[in-house]
Design a protein around this ligand. Structure first.
Ligand code: 4AD
Ligand code: MG
Length: 458
C-alpha cells in the first residue's frame, strides 16, 4: 500500500482508495464510538483527520498513548468528510503508535509565544507558524537557484574559512586550533593551523569576483558569519547570503538584477506558498498579502544617496540619529525612505566613499562610490551591492586609504592585472528575505537555529 504525504492526500481530486500515512498527532477528540485524530506530517499546514473506530482491535490499549505529539502510522480509506472544515478524512483500518509523547509534551493545544518557542527550537517546527515559515524558506531557496540557473549563472561554493576581511568592518570570528597560553604567545600565528590568522567568512564576494572574471555570471549561496555585537531583530551572527557577481556589468545592470530577483521571488512564493502565506497574513501581519502583491507588481524607486539625504532633511521628521551627508543611513532613515517616501521598495545608490568598503568603484565626483542598497518596508536594507573597482591604480589607492596591505590581496589585484573588466554584484540577506515574505518581525524566528550574541543553543 502506498505511503502518501498529507499534502497529496488533501489535494487529490481523484478517489485514492486505501493509503498509509505517518505523522504526529496534533489533537484527539473522543465520541462514544470514535476518536478523531488530527495528524500532521509537515508537508502542509493542514492536518488529516483520521476517524478511529472504537471497535477496531487494539483501540482501548492505544487510546491512552494517542496524545498530542505522539507519532503514528495509520492506514485506511480516504473518504469524503461529513464534518465541516475539511473535505476528506481517513477511515482508519490499522493504527500503530511509533513513539509516544507523554502529557508533559511542551506543545499543548494553545497558542505559544515565539519567545517561548525559541527555547524549544527542536520542537517549534511542529507548530503551524514555524511550519509555514520554514516551508516558505525552503521554497525561496529553490526559487533563488532557479532564478540564477535559468539565466545561466554558475553556482560557486566559496570558502567558509578565509584569511581576508572582505567588508573591512573587522567583525570576524577567528578560527584557531591554538589553546591556552599558546594563543597569545609571540609568533603564535605561524604555529596556528593555517600558519596565519584565519576567520569565518563575512562574505564570499572576493572569491566570487574571481569566478565571475572567468564564468561571467556566478552566484554563491552560503552561510555567513558576523561577530557584530548588535542584538537587533534584524542581525544574526550566522546567516545565509546570496551573492551574485556579474562581469561586463555596471551599477545600473546590478540594480536591475537585484530588483528583478526580489520581484520574481515574491511572485514565486505567492504562487507556490499560497496556503502558508495566507496563514501568515492571518496570524502574523494582516497587511502582508497586499504588500507582497504591490512589491511584485510596481517598479521600484531609485534615489541617489545625496537626494535621499535631502528628502530626509526636508521630511520634517525628528529622527533619533541626525541626518548628515557622509554618515551611514540608520534603520529609521531607511524605513522612512521606503515606507513613507517611496511607499515600497527603493534602491539608494552612489554612497559616500568614506563609509563603504575598499572594493567599490569610485565615481568621477571624487567623493562617492557606485554602491547600492535596496531597502524594503518593515525591514530597511535587504540587499547591499556595488560595481567593483576594476582599475588597478584606483584599487590600490583605495586599499592604502583603508589601511589594507597589497600583499594580502595579491590574488584579488591579479584580476585587475590580467584582462580586467567592469563587474558588479550584491549580497541578499536570506533571512531578511524570509522576513519580508512572511511578515515575521524577528530574524530569530525565520532561521532554524538562531545564533546571536550569548545564544548558540541546540
Ligand atoms: O551589505 P552587506 O554587508 O554586503 C556584503 O557583504 C557584500 N560583500 C555583498 C556583495 O556585494 N556581494 O551584506 C549584504 C546583506 C545585507 O543587505 C543584509 O540583508 C544581510 O546581508 N546582512 C545580514 N543579515 C542578517 N544578519 C546580519 N548580521 C547581516 N549583515 C548583513
Ligand atoms: Mg550593507
Amino acid at each position: 500500500m502506498q505511503r502518501m504525504r498529507i499534502k497529496e492526500v488533501l489535494a487529490s481530486e481523484t478517489p485514492l482508495g486505501e493509503v498509509r500515512i505517518q505523522g504526529w498527532i496534533r489533537t484527539r477528540r473522543d465520541s462514544k464510538t470514535f476518536s478523531f485524530l488530527e495528524i500532521n506530517d509537515g508537508s502542509c499546514l493542514g492536518c488529516l483527520q483520521a476517524v478511529y473506530d472504537a471497535t477496531l482491535p487494539g483501540y482501548a490499549e492505544n487510546l491512552s498513548l494517542l496524545l498530542t505529539g505522539t507519532s503514528v502510522e495509520v492506514t485506511g480509506e480516504i473518504v469524503r468528510s461529513q464534518g465541516k472544515g475539511q473535505t476528506r478524512e481517513m477511515q482508519v483500518r490499522g493504527l500503530q503508535v511509533i513513539g509516544a509523547a507523554p502529557e508533559t509534551y511542551p506543545l499543548q493545544k494553545k497558542r505559544h509565544t515565539r519567545e517561548f518557542l525559541r527555547e524549544i527550537a527542536h520542537l517549534r517546527p511542529r507548530t503551524n507558524l514555524f511550519g509555514a515559515v520554514f516551508r516558505i524558506r525552503s521554497r525561496l531557496s529553490y526559487a533563488i537557484h532557479r532564478f540564477f540557473q535559468e539565466r545561466g549563472f554558475v553556482h560557486v561554493h566559496t570558502p567558509i574559512i578565509t584569511a581576508s576581511d572582505c567588508e573591512g568592518a573587522g567583525e570576524m570570528f577567528r578560527v584557531t586550533t591554538l589553546e591556552g597560553a599558546g594563543f597569545a604567545a609571540p609568533g603564535a600565528e605561524s604555529r596556528d593551523f593555517f600558519g596565519k590568522r584565519a576567520f569565518l567568512t563575512v562574505s564570499g564576494q572576493l572569491e566570487g569576483e574571481t569566478f565571475a572574471c572567468a564564468f561571467s555570471d556566478i552566484y554563491t549561496f552560503g552561510p555567513t558569519f558576523r561577530a557584530e555585537n548588535s542584538n537587533t531583530a534584524r542581525h544574526a551572527a550566522e546567516f545565509w547570503m546570496i551573492e551574485p557577481e556579474m562581469a561586463f556589468c555596471d551599477l545600473t545592470g546590478d540594480m536591475e538584477i537585484a530588483e528583478t530577483l526580489i520581484q520574481e521571488l515574491i511572485r514565486d512564493a505567492l504562487e507556490h506558498c499560497a496556503e502558508d502565506l495566507a496563514f501568515c497574513g492571518e496570524f502574523v501581519d494582516p497587511g502582508l498579502l497586499d504588500r507582497l502583491r504591490l512589491i511584485a507588481e510596481q517598479p521600484f524607486a531609485r534615489i541617489s544617496y545625496t537626494d535621499a539625504v535631502g528628502i530626509l532633511l526636508g521630511s520634517g521628521k525628528t529622527f533619533e540619529y541626525p541626518v548628515v551627508w557622509g554618515h551611514h543611513l540608520q534603520t529609521e532613515h531607511e524605513r522612512y525612505l521606503s515606507e513613507e517616501h517611496a511607499k515600497g521598495p527603493v534602491t539608494i545608490f552612489d554612497y559616500p566613499a568614506a563609509i563603504k568598503p575598499f572594493y567599490m568603484r569610485q565615481n568621477e565626483d571624487g567623493r562617492t562610490v557606485a554602491a547600492m542598497d535596496l531597502l524594503v518596508p518593515g525591514i530597511g536594507e535587504i540587499i547591499g551591492g556595488s560595481q567593483r573597482e576594476e582599475r588597478l591604480d584606483r584599487l590600490t589607492a583605495a586599499m592604502q586609504a583603508h589601511g589594507l596591505s597589497e600583499n594580502d590581496y595579491w590574488w584579488y589585484l591579479d584580476l585587475r592585472r590580467y584582462g580586467t573588466v567592469a563587474h558588479a554584484g550584491f549580497g541578499l540577506g536570506f533571512e531578511r528575505l524570509v522576513m519580508l515574505v512572511t511578515g515575521v518581525e524577528n530574524i530569530r524566528d525565520v532561521i532554524p537555529f538562531p545564533r546571536t550574541p550569548r545564544n548558540a543553543d541546540f
